[in-house]
Design a binder for this molecule. Structure first.
Ligand code: DGL
Length: 277
């Protein structure tokens, strides 16, 4: 019987689309020896305006696919899917380490001097119990200004990271926050770090914009160590990209967002399961 060395199994990372690439980039940088398997569920993007049941169903299907690929750890590189599915998945697969993402309200609340923090995230993330408990636990006495930035995920999916329409959506969200005195803005959706240069242009250099990706990658590293799963091979890690959308389009966007020439494989949803196209 063939035995797969547990250390050499890949790390699974997924998102509704290109957002999780902001996390993948960090994981790649911090753990260059690890193999990564990235799934973009672009057949269903955006997740943020879907029902809980839908996002839960997609997340479970993706996790079943990743488990068939023998991943050793899963990073849910999506605030929306984490809000809906993280707890359920941890209960369903108690032996598998999961890393989820919640809006980085805690560091923002610790660092704000004005006591006013802006959070940009999807409607589903704001409605979730994970967000509510994060605010309750870590942001006592801090005023939180939330905004869902309607249309922003779709614009970033199209690669419009420096487009007049993107600026319009961001200005509409950020200007009222500035008027009220925010000094910290949290990226509560993994798509948004790709527009940080534009955000910083709008809010100015005095405002701190928080991207959780480095902390998420560090947490993945802690779990890999704890479970004794860090790869012990010296070779450079490989990354496989898969999408339930258009592979050629994703190749183009990966080139644009990560400056990387990638080959993307196609997946199809068949009766709630992902299959190779
Ligand atoms: N990137 C995702 C998040 O962090 C999902 C965005 C969406 O599909 O609406 O919430």
């Amino acid at each position: 019987m063939e035995r797969i060395n547990k250390h050499h199994r890949p790390i699974g990372i997924f998102d509704s689309g290109v957002g999780g690439l902001s996390v993948l980039k960090e994981v790649r940088q911090q753990f260059p020896a690890e193999d990564l398997l990235y799934i973009a569920d672009q057949a269903h993007v955006p997740y943020g305006i879907r029902t809980r049941e839908e996002v839960l169903g997609f997340s479970k299907g993706i996790v079943r696919y990743l488990l068939n690929k023998k991943v050793k750890l899963i990073i849910i590189a999506c605030n929306t899917a984490s809000a809906v599915a993280l707890e359920v998945l941890r209960k369903s697969y108690p032996a598998l380490p999961f890393v989820g993402i919640e809006p980085a309200v805690k560091p923002a609340a610790e660092e704000t001097s004005t006591g006013i923090v802006g959070v940009l995230a999807t409607p589903a993330t704001f409605q979730g119990a994970l967000y509510e408990s994060t605010v309750e636990r870590f942001a006592k006495g801090v005023k939180i200004l939330p905004d869902t930035c309607p249309g922003l995920v779709e614009l970033i999916e199209e690669g419009k990271i420096d487009h007049p329409k993107t600026r319009e959506v961001l200005e509409k969200a950020l200007n009222p926050m500035l008027e009220q005195g925010v000094d910290e803005v949290v990226m509560g959706c993994t798509h948004y770090p790709f527009v940080i240069p534009l955000i910083q242009e709008i809010v100015g250099d005095d405002i701190q914009v928080i991207d959780p990706a480095p902390a998420v990658a560090r947490q993945a590293g802690r779990l890999l160590t704890e479970y004794d799963l860090l790869t012990n091979g010296g070779a450079n890690g490989q990354t496989r990209f898969l999408t339930s959308g258009d592979p050629l389009e994703l190749e183009r966007i990966i080139g644009q967002l990560l400056n990387l020439e990638a080959r993307v494989e196609g997946l199809n949803w068949v009766g709630g399961e992902l299959q190779e196209a």
